[in-house]
Design a protein around this ligand. Structure first.
Ligand code: ACO
Ligand code: ZN
Length: 226
């Protein structure tokens, strides 16, 4: 009996103190020692994964005042592949993907945005496509829904059923939480369009987003209409 009561109290506290770390995004309870420990570990792993020390050979495809974009290709050196994979793990974890394999790993191109503090603050994985489905405009009447509701209800039909010619599929796009709304995703996509296919510049219509999240839809809708 006593144990049961204790459990309930613990569960209540856990809910009460739940918070999300603003940099690694993990939701945990600050007053629970186990949770705190797990957060510390995850937080460390997160920052290890996005730390970028610099490589002897870097394929820099764009440079900006606040950073640069490097491209990692499937045949690159092991250290480059490893970094791209580590970052992709962080991204997949945040997107809630569970070990989703790349659809065509031998052709996937990973773009990493490196800021001036040597951190990977953006990641974009692009893959060649034959056809795709256009992302539909987001209906306005659902503004009051929570993010989760929105995901549940809209994931399935977020794309039109008419296949269109698209040449490049964006299977993942992610920007570090503290670096969002600074145009990093926009600049990564612009860079993909000019470098994905050698010798040609892709139009916005030739780019397709796979299975977008609510954030992804808002961004994609804005990007494609401007
Ligand atoms: N809410 C509303 N509008 C948005 C949002 C948002 N969350 N994000 C972008 N936009 C729109 C805005 O109009 C913005 O311009 P503004 O800031 O001048 O208003 C415009 O898009 C350009 O935004 P950027 O600054 O270029 O986008 P950012 O660098 O912040 O990255 C991204 C956007 C990648 C979606 C980021 O929010 C993120 O990483 N989210 C979490 C991961 C995620 O959901 N990724 C998409 C998965 S879908 C897929 O991978 C295919
Ligand atoms: Zn954290």
């Amino acid at each position: 009996k006593q144990d049961e009561d204790q459990l309930i109290i613990d569960a209540g506290q856990k809910q009460f103190g739940a918070m999300a770390c603003s940099s690694c995004g993990m939701v945990y309870s600050a007053d629970n020692p186990d949770d705190n420990f797990q957060h510390t570990q995850f937080h460390q792993r997160f920052f290890d994964s996005i730390k970028f020390v610099g490589w002897k050979k870097e394929r820099v495809v764009a440079e900006f005042w606040d950073g640069k974009i490097i491209l990692v290709l499937p045949d690159d050196r092991k250290y480059a592949i490893k970094k791209a994979e580590d970052v992709r793990c962080i991204v997949d974890n945040e997107l809630g993907f569970q070990q989703v394999a790349l659809s065509r790993p031998t052709q996937a191109k990973t773009y990493l945005y490196i800021n001036t503090e040597h951190m990977v603050v953006g990641c974009l994985v692009a893959e060649p496509l034959r056809q795709a489905y256009r992302v539909l405009e987001q209906p306005d009447q659902h503004k009051d829904m929570t993010k989760d509701d929105f995901m549940e209800r809209h994931r399935a039909w977020c794309c039109s059923t008419i296949p269109e010619q698209a040449l490049c599929g964006i299977s993942r796009i992610w920007v570090f939480s503290l670096a969002r709304r600074q145009g990093i995703a926009t600049r990564m996509l612009d860079t993909v369009r000019s470098t994905f296919m050698y010798g040609s510049h892709l139009t916005k219509e030739e780019i397709a987003f796979s299975d977008p999240t609510p954030d992804g839809r808002l961004f994609a809708t804005k990007y494609c209409n401007t």
